[in-house]
Design a binder for this molecule. Structure first.
Ligand code: SF4
Length: 449
C-alpha cells in the first residue's frame, strides 16, 4: 500500500538521506502530517510536480519520525558504515559529539530524563572503538566567534543586511533556501559547528598529529537527522579543496543519539556502569556558552556574551550570563541588550512554522535572530531517544534544558572567547576570525532550491 500523498501522512522520497518510511507499518493516523504542517510549516507549502520525488520540499528535520507511534517513519541508520570504518585498520575514526547528545543519551538507559551524562557518553564511544572522541562544544565556540564577528561587522560597516539569522540548524537553512530564498543574504555565512569541526579535524588536527587526512573518518553524533543531509551538501569538502583532494568530505558520517543508544544495546554495553572519561584534545574543550548551544536561546546567549566582551573589552555582566528573556519554551522570544553604545535587538525562534510567521512580518529593527527547527531546540531533535514517551513531552525537554544550564552555571569558562583551545587554534592555524583561512574552512554559501 502506498500512502505517499499529503492528505493523510508525510511522503518520504527514497533518496531522503535522513528518514526512511516502511509503508506497511503506516496506519494513516496523521501525526506526522500534523507536526510537519503545524510546527515545521512544510507539508502543503509546496507540492512537488506530479511524478517527481519530494526531497526538495522536505527539510530533513525528522520531526515526522519523532511523532510516529508505529515505527513507520524512522531515522536512516549509518551505524554499519561506521562499524566498517572502525574494523578497517587503515582508518582513524574520530567521533565528535554535539552538545545535546550528553543530555539525551541517558534517557535510553537511566530512569531520570535529561541526566548530564558526558563522561559515560565518552566512555561508551571509546568502548565502541573510537580512536578519538572530540566535543562539538569546541566548534560551537568557534562558530560563535566567527558568527559574532560577522554580526559585529554587519552592524558597524553595513557589509551585509540586518538582521543576521543563525545558520547552525541545517533544516532551517534548507527551509530558507527552499521557501524564503530572498532571506539568504541574511543568513550568517558561518558553517554549523559540525561543519567547522570536520574541516578543522582534517586540516589542523591531522597536521598536528602527523596523520593522513585521507585515513581520517569523521563521525558526528548528533540529536539531528538534518545533519545527515547537511554533511552531504556538495560544497562541504573544504578541507579536501585546500589539500588538493576534493573528493574527500569534511564529515563522513552522522549518527544520531538514538543510533548510538541502539549500537550500545547491540553490543550489550552497560551504560550505567561505565566510568566517566574525558574528551581528547585539541578539539575537546568547550565553554558553557558552547554547552547551551543545544537549546533554544542558547546560541543567542552565547553570541551576546561574546559580543559584549569583544565590543567593550570587559567580561559580560551577570545579566548576560543568565539572560532570562531568551530562556524558556516559548516559540518566539524577543529581547534587547545594551552592548557598548548599541542597543542590540534580538529574537529567538523555534519551529520553522513560527519562523515563517516571523518572516512574513516586519523584520527591520532586529540585529540578530536565532532559529532552530525542533521544539525547544536541538535537545529535542528527532534523533534523540524516546524511551519515555512518544512524542517527547515538554517536561522531558525542560529536564534536558535545565541540565545544560546547570552545567553552564557550574563552569568557570563561560564565554567562547576565553576558551584556551580556541585561542590556540587561532594562534597556530586560523590566525584571525573572518581571515583568509577562516573564510575558506569555516564559512560557506547557500543557494536557491
Ligand atoms: Fe537539527 Fe537542532 Fe535544527 Fe533540530 S533544531 S533540525 S536537531 S540543528
Amino acid at each position: 500500500m502506498n500512502h505517499n500523498n499529503y492528505q493523510s501522512c508525510v511522503a518520504v522520497a527514497g533518496s531522503n538521506p535522513s528518514i526512511i518510511k516502511d509503508e506497511s507499518l503506516c496506519v494513516e493516523c496523521g501525526h506526522c502530517l500534523a507536526v510537519c504542517s503545524e510546527e515545521i510549516g512544510v507539508a502543503g507549502k509546496r507540492i512537488a510536480p506530479a511524478g517527481s520525488e519530494t526531497e526538495n520540499a522536505c527539510i530533513n528535520c525528522g520531526q515526522c519520525s519523532a511523532a510516529c507511534p508505529e515505527q513507520s517513519l524512522q531515522v536512516k541508520s549509518e551505524i554499519d558504515d561506521v562499524r566498517a570504518a572502525i574494523r578497517d585498520p587503515e582508518k582513524i575514526v574520530v567521533f565528535s559529539t554535539s552538545p545535546s547528545v550528553r543530555v539525551g543519551i541517558g534517557d535510553a538507559f537511566l530512569d531520570q530524563a535529561g541526566a548530564y551524562a558526558e563522561g559515560k557518553m565518552v566512555a561508551a564511544i571509546k568502548t565502541l572503538g573510537a580512536d578519538y572522541v572530540f566535543d562539538v562544544t569546541f566548534s560551537a565556540d568557534l562558530t560563535i566567534i566567527e558568527e559574532g564577528c560577522e554580526l559585529i561587522k554587519r552592524i558597524l560597516t553595513g557589509s551585509a543586511p540586518l538582521p543576521q539569522f543563525t545558520s547552525c540548524c541545517p533544516a532551517w537553512v534548507k527551509f530558507v533556501e527552499t521557501y524564503y530564498p530572498q532571506i539568504i543574504p541574511h543568513l550568517s555565512s558561518a558553517k554549523s559547528p559540525i561543519g567547522m569541526q570536520g574541516a578543522t579535524i582534517k586540516t589542523y588536527f591531522a597536521a598536528k598529529q602527523a596523520l593522513s587526512p585521507r585515513h581520517i573518518v569523521t563521525v558526528n553524533v548528533t540529536p539531528c537527522t538534518a545533519k545527515k543531509a547537511e554533511i552531504r551538501r556538495p560544497e562541504l569538502n573544504d578541507a579536501g579543496k585546500l589539500l588538493g583532494e576534493p573528493s574527500m568530505r569534511d564529515n563522513d558520517y552522522v549518527i544520531t543519539t538514538k543510533e548510538l543508544a541502539q549500537w550500545m544495546q547491540q553490543e550489550q554495553i552497560d551504560f550505567a556502569a561505565l566510568p566517566d572519561m574525558d574528551f581528547d584534545s585539541v578539539l575537546g574543550k568547550g565553554s558553557g556558552a558552547g554547552v547551551i548551544f543545544g537549546n533554544t536561546g542558547g546560541v543567542m546567549e552565547a553570541a551576546l556574551r561574546m559580543a559584549y566582551q569583544s565590543l567593550t573589552g570587559n567580561p559580560p555582566p551577570d545579566k548576560l550570563l543568565e539572560f532570562q528573556p531568551v530562556r524558556g519554551l516559548e516559540g518566539v522570544k524577543e529581547a534587547s541588550a545594551e552592548i557598548g553604545d548599541t542597543t542590540v535587538k534580538v529574537a529567538v525562534i523555534y519551529g520553522t512554522a513560527n519562523a515563517a510567521r516571523f518572516l512574513e512580518g516586519d523584520i527591520s529593527g532586529y540585529h540578530f535572530v536565532e532559529v532552530m527547527t525542533c521544539p525547544g531546540g536541538c535537545i529535542s531533535g528527532a534523533g534523540q531517544p524516546q524511551m519515555h514517551t512518544i512524542p517527547v513531552t515538554n517536561d522531558i525537554r525542560l529536564s534536558r534544558i535545565r541540565s545544560m544550564y546547570a552545567e553552564d552555571a557550574r563552569m568557570t569558562l563561560r564565554n567562547s572567547v576565553d576558551n584556551p583551545e580556541i585561542q590556540q587554534v587561532y594562534q597556530e592555524f586560523y590566525k584571525e576570525p573572518l581571515g583568509e583561512l577562516s573564510e575558506k574552512l569555516l564559512h560557506t554559501t547557500y543557494y536557491r532550491r
